[in-house]
Design a protein around this ligand. Structure first.
Ligand code: MSP
Length: 505
């Protein structure tokens, strides 16, 4: 089964921050793991460039939305590269092929009878690009997310008959209880649906920055309808001369933050049903990265610059920290102090030192050649089900759970060195065979955990595997004891060097 994974497409109205890096990194870990399984993978990310969120900021800056988008999208594309994401395509909603693709699907929804002309009267938050009900508002007439005062709007526009999908959506939820994960998000979306669905605007009259409605050029398609369709249009033009839709549709998993649950869990499947397109297999909703208990966001100003972190500590350290510190699916605090602690105690000490010590001992005691020996039986037994447990975690998109499974194995190897004390064995000639076994088991253990941890720490794990002379990443080969001894060790550069504190300040 081909595997198609996506991130949200990010608004280009501001600089990317750690929250954007988070979803992209998690999606990349999934994509890399699935490739290790031998699956055919398509990984999509990109930028959302239309609508008020971008138009308003452009106006404030005295520039055009297009100029702003052209300038800012580069930062998001740079971030994707910088975090080492292996995305197969980067979509921009201003791509011409995306725009014509959106028009085609919206026309289909219209032709299928799910569009009508109406008047919208109510609250609208330009920052969310979302319509609000009285019940949504806080402090009188403020947006509950951005806390800005909203105005009542009245405009004639085209409506999508979302209410017609009340029953089909309830059926979807009943038939596929795992289509939205984690479970609390499934419940949240379902209860929203059960409250009764109102029709939603499909177009905007007052805005010109968007994709024209095909049958009414005076209006542009509502930015969320335009944006959601990126997941579908991208496949049709990502590879020039080839349409990948038949191969990869429907998506295996849309990874999103909980801020955009309603759009993905309610409007999106309804739109697809209206157009006669198969709905995605799964949504996975992760939580927020918090700083001092508040959602990290540009509007609150409490953001960490991911580029700065990576300049100091490297990409792998950031990837690791985000997926280790915050239990995937839940909110979690991040902080510079927490980051430094994990960097030193886990990456540098538990993984980096284990690697350098092992290689140094094999260098010193066995001339840099991994001895041939039977793998330590206790470790064989304990590690036997690790790959299966890892797959299981990934199957339910529990990315941090998967990392925990591997890290337990890393810690087990650290205990093994402590217990066996190879440096003592080396002093006693009669212990030569035992030393062979311990050193082989350590090298093999490092190979084993490095293959498994590779999606999280691609640079470091690759360096270590290269130094161990075993670079195969296939998950099938990730069995403790599967690789024979005899490999000649190469140089291992320091994986997680000490970072000067004043540089970090
Ligand atoms: N453009 C829309 C999405 C359209 S998808 C068809 C949008 N863009 S956004 O720039 O606001 O990005 C929102 C997404 O960024 C969240 O869903 C989440 O994936 C990520 N995050 C932004 N801030 C975040 C945190 N503080 N914590 C975790 N993820 C965060 O909404």
């Amino acid at each position: 089964m081909p595997y198609y994974v996506t991130t949200p497409i990010y608004y280009v109205n501001a600089e990317p921050h750690l929250g954007h890096a988070y979803t992209t990194i998690a999606a990349d870990v999934l994509a890399r793991h699935m490739r290790q399984r031998g699956e055919e993978v398509f990984f999509l990310t990109g930028t959302d460039e239309h609508g008020e969120p971008v138009a308003q900021v452009a106006e404030r800056l005295g520039t055009t939305p297009r100029e702003l988008a052209d300038k800012n999208y580069v930062r998001f594309r740079d971030l994707v590269e910088r975090v080492n994401a292996t995305n197969d395509f980067f979509i921009r909603t201003t791509d011409e092929q995306h725009e014509t693709g959106v028009q085609r699907v919206v026309q289909r929804i219209h032709d299928n009878g799910y569009v009508y002309a109406g008047t919208y009267e109510g609250w609208y938050c330009p920052k969310c690009a979302d319509f609000k009900t009285d019940a949504d508002l806080v402090d009188g007439n403020r947006c509950p997310i951005h806390l800005i005062e909203l105005e009542r709007e009245k405009e004639d526009n085209w409506f999508f008959r979302l209410s017609a999908f009340q029953e089909p959506l309830e059926r979807l939820y009943a038939e596929r209880p795992h289509w939205v994960l984690p479970r609390n998000r499934y419940n949240e979306a379902l209860s929203f649906i059960k409250q009764g669905l109102n029709d939603v605007s499909l177009s905007r009259a007052r805005l010109s920055w968007g994709v024209p409605v095909p049958w009414d050029e005076s209006q542009v398609i509502y930015v969320w309808i335009d944006a959601l369709l990126n997941y579908y249009t991208a496949l049709s033009y990502a590879r020039p001369g080839e349409d990948l839709t038949a191969r990869f549709w429907p998506p295996s998993v849309h990874l999103i933050g909980k801020d955009i649950l309603k759009f993905h869990a309610v409007i999106w499947p309804a739109m697809l049903m209206a157009a006669g397109i198969e709905v995605p297999e799964r949504l996975y909703i992760h939580g927020y990265l918090l700083m001092d208990e508040h959602k990290m966001s540009k509007s609150l100003g409490n953001v960490i610059d991911p580029f700065e972190v990576m300049d100091l500590y490297g990409t792998d350290a950031l990837r690791y920290y985000l997926l280790r510190e915050v239990s995937f699916g839940q909110d979690g605090n991040v902080s510079t102090a927490g980051f430094e602690t994990r960097y030193t105690t886990e990456l540098a000490n538990e993984y980096g030192n284990l690697a350098s010590r092992t290689l140094a001992m094999i260098g010193r005691y066995r001339d840099g050649v991994v001895p041939t020996a039977r793998p330590e039986p206790a470790l064989v037994a304990e590690f036997e089900d690790v790959p299966a447990r890892l797959r299981e975690r990934f199957d339910v998109v529990d990315v941090s759970g998967a990392l925990e499974v591997v890290w337990q194995a890393v810690r087990r190897l650290n205990r093994y060195v402590q217990d066996e004390q190879p440096w003592q064995l080396a002093k006693d000639e009669s212990q030569g065979e035992r030393l062979d076994q311990v050193l082989y088991s350590l090298a093999e253990g490092l190979r084993f955990v490095s293959v498994l941890v590779h999606p999280f720490l691609p640079e470091s794990a690759s360096k270590l595997l290269a130094a161990l002379g075993r670079e195969d990443l296939a998950l099938d080969g990730a069995r403790f004891g599967a690789a024979p001894g005899g490999a000649e060790l190469g140089e291992l550069p320091p994986l997680f060097p000490r970072v000067e504190r004043d540089r970090a300040a």
